[in-house]
Ligand binder design. Structure first.
Ligand SMILES: Nc1ncnc2c1ncn2[C@@H]1O[C@H](COP(=O)(O)OS(=O)(=O)O)[C@@H](OP(=O)(O)O)[C@H]1O
Length: 303
């Protein structure tokens, strides 16, 4: 992948801040959503209101732990395949993270710019819609998301840990975690998945057929690649390939971020009661919705 020194620099700074931050002080709330103080500030959110998106920006929207680093890698490889130029990360790619001056600096960046984000649909800057940037939305089943999220907190030495999985589960179900509730994020997006310039991709589908998923992503963003190029990117984007390079691409946090990369790891942590609670919540929020059907809960989340 591209030279990610800025990327790693930013992650290292966030980890450094995390060392001094207790879990009880990790979150601040902005417009009703909790964000980690180690990565987000209200000044940056205010500056984001005036961010000027371009029509050829590539927006990658996901709730945390749905595979955004995977898609970032795939998209930067697609750009490389068609332009022969390595996609450079002059800023940390998550739009809402960083200092409030970053949007000024981003004005100088060449197109296409990749904008990853965990923001809920209604918190995205209006210029993304006004200027018709394409948005790829990545979803993953809520049980594996919760488990991945919990491990990230409790495995990375410098990130505040939860007392137990049960404690994390309670907070996750209440939406008292970074970037708020999975379910609010999902119902918000559910209403926009068929909008012009929006495409949904599932972590589980990508896992089951990586080459087909990469082809869909390439087609959506208008990148024309040969079958051989798709196969090459596919081989470089497996979990094993990305995990092997994770220290180089993401620094100290890499091996924790690329942890297991499987479907169904929830079976190692969820109790029967927690499974029932999750199913109730899923039904309450997503039963009968288009996203609810597309997430294939019965295949990926039922014991
Ligand atoms: N190539 C590939 N194949 C399969 N799975 C992959 C891949 N790359 C990342 N991952 C898994 O995605 C999980 C991390 O998600 P995110 O990148 O969205 O995390 S973050 O919110 O940006 O911190 C995290 O999931 P878990 O392993 O279950 O914790 C990663 O392992």
């Amino acid at each position: 992948m591209a030279d990610k020194s800025k990327f790693i620099e930013y992650i290292d700074e966030a980890l450094e801040k995390s060392k001094e931050t207790a879990l009880s002080h990790l979150f601040f709330t902005y417009q009703g959503i909790p964000y980690p103080v180690t990565m987000c500030t209200s000044e940056t959110f205010q500056a984001l209101d005036n961010f000027e998106a371009r029509s050829d920006d590539i927006v990658l929207a996901s709730y945390p732990k749905c595979g955004s680093n995977w898609i970032l890698h795939i998209v930067s490889e697609l750009i490389f395949a068609v332009s022969k130029k390595k996609y450079d990360y002059p800023e940390f790619p998550v739009l809402e993270c960083g200092d409030s001056e970053k949007y000024q600096r981003m004005k100088q960046f060449p197109s296409p710019r990749i904008l990853a984000t965990h923001l809920h649909y209604d918190k995205l800057p209006g210029s993304i819609f006004k200027n018709k940037a394409k948005i790829l939305v990545i979803f993953r089943n809520p049980k594996d998301v919760a488990v991945s999220f919990f491990h990230f907190h409790n495995d990375v030495p410098d990130i505040p840990s939860y007392g137990s999985w049960d404690e994390f589960f309670r907070q996750f179900m209440k939406g008292q975690v970074s970037w708020g509730s999975y379910f609010d994020f999902a119902i918000n997006w559910n209403m926009h998945l068929d909008d012009e310039n929006v495409k949904l991709i599932l972590y589980e589908d990508l896992k089951e057929n990586l080459a087909a998923g990469i082809k869909q992503i390439a087609d959506f963003f208008g990148f024309s690649l040969t079958g051989e190029q798709i196969q090459t990117i596919s081989a470089q984007s497996t979990f094993q390939a990305m995990q092997a390079k994770s220290q180089e691409t993401h620094g100290a946090v890499g091996p924790f971020l690329f942890r297991k990369g499987e479907i169904g790891d929830w079976k190692n942590l969820f109790s029967e009661t927690q499974s029932r609670e999750m199913e109730e919540k899923f039904k309450e929020y997503l039963a009968g919705t288009s996203l609810g059907a597309r997430l294939k809960y019965e295949s990926h989340c039922q014991p």
